[in-house]
Design a binder for this molecule. Structure first.
Ligand code: FES
Length: 101
């Protein structure tokens, strides 16, 4: 396991996402209903970033053409079965957010 400090809690507001670039890897970090989620940032449709997408509970909507993903499991929820983005475990230590990458 490699835990990397990626942000502080103040960097992200409830109901929003933030795109991170961790060693060249684009990851979307979300805070939704007081839980943090980290998922590969790029939509499998046309590489839109999910970070500015609308979040509702565990579901994010891609802002480009509105595909939906579960941000806990990475699963695409419409159009095709079996498509899954990578998700990353999140840990909060004091005021800092760490991901296991
Ligand atoms: S790029 Fe995400 S739905 Fe098209």
């Amino acid at each position: 396991m490699t835990w990397i400090k990626v942000a502080s809690k103040d960097d992200i507001q409830e109901g929003n996402g933030k795109e991170l670039n961790i060693n060249g890897q684009r990851i979307a970090l979300f805070l939704s209903k007081n839980k943090y989620y980290a998922i590969e940032a790029l939509c499998r449709h046309q590489d839109g970033s999910l970070a500015p997408g609308k979040v509702n509970g565990e579901i994010v909507e891609c802002p480009l053409h509105f595909w939906h993903y579960n941000i806990r499991t990475g699963e695409l929820l419409d159009y095709m079965e079996g498509i899954k983005l990578t998700t990353f475990p999140v840990q909060i230590r004091k005021n800092e957010i760490y991901l296991d990458i």
